[in-house]
Design a protein around this ligand. Sequence first.
Ligand code: HPA
Ligand code: ZN
Length: 327
Amino acid sequence: MIDPRLPLVDIHRHLDGNIRPETIWELATRHNIALPAKDLDELRPLCQIQNKTADLLAFLARLDYGISVLADTDACYRIAYENMQDAKRAGLDYVELRFSPFYMAQSHQLNVADVVEATIAGCADGSRDFAIKHNLIGILSRTFGTDACTLELNGLLAHKDHITALDLAGDELGYPAPMFTEHFKKARDAGWQITVHAGEADGPQSIWNAIELLGASRIGHCVAAKHDDKLLEYLVEHNIGVESCPTSNYQTATVVDTANHPMKAFLEMGVEVTLNTDDPGVSAIDISNEYQVAKDVIQLTDEQLRQIQINGVNQSFISATEKLQLF
Ligand code: HPA
Ligand code: ZN
């Protein structure tokens, strides 16, 4: 299923959607933060989704438990560090972790640039201690609006050289891409690459906007491309990567049933599809689970599974030399 002779990567993985329930409980206890659970066993089903939620926003609300315990920058450092350990334990050779520093900062009014700094340090130390390669993708959380995204962007730009790319996540329907063209121009001017959550809660126009207005070279989810043949041709022709996350797509009700996930059809058209976890802590999964689902439920062939492993490397935000070093 996972070919051990090929590198294993996860390039769409939110570190603030992968906070261990044990850590949430411990930080809440240490900082006297109230949680709607009397113990860890009661907390677990709240912060880990077992089935599907009503929609993307209901899914995203489950990330709030972990965010609510980020009382200081030490807590941010800790979850970043633990994310690197989790990535290593999952068998990953390389991981792109993304995070939204405004979201992480807001429940305890932390300074956004300080959150970025602590997250970078936690990942760097984890990378060293667990011997796993990584890069960081900064997120603008569109749900908080354009002004908050300006603060968020500035906090990320303060540590520009430690960030590889910029992403736009959150409420795709309520906060469409045209609102953020200036933010993404600044990101491209800073030399960052661009990936955008699009075609998850909204239709194909949202994907066109991510590419044409924001400069995305990869698209998170991209499920709605199934409705637009011209767009699929464009993705192939311009080598735009698709970051598929099938369990997340089921849990957010983006796909009604996983067996009909469009990633197999995309692959067969020549789209460079990659396979990823999105929010593994919240979804209670890891990368091996997604390969199992891709094989058993979406019915990818062994050849397609191998192709997906290679596509993940091809679409990674690293140099050609670094890609070769992964093999
Ligand atoms: N979509 C949008 N925002 C997100 C997601 C997602 O799947 N996961 C975490 N933030
Ligand atoms: Zn995501």
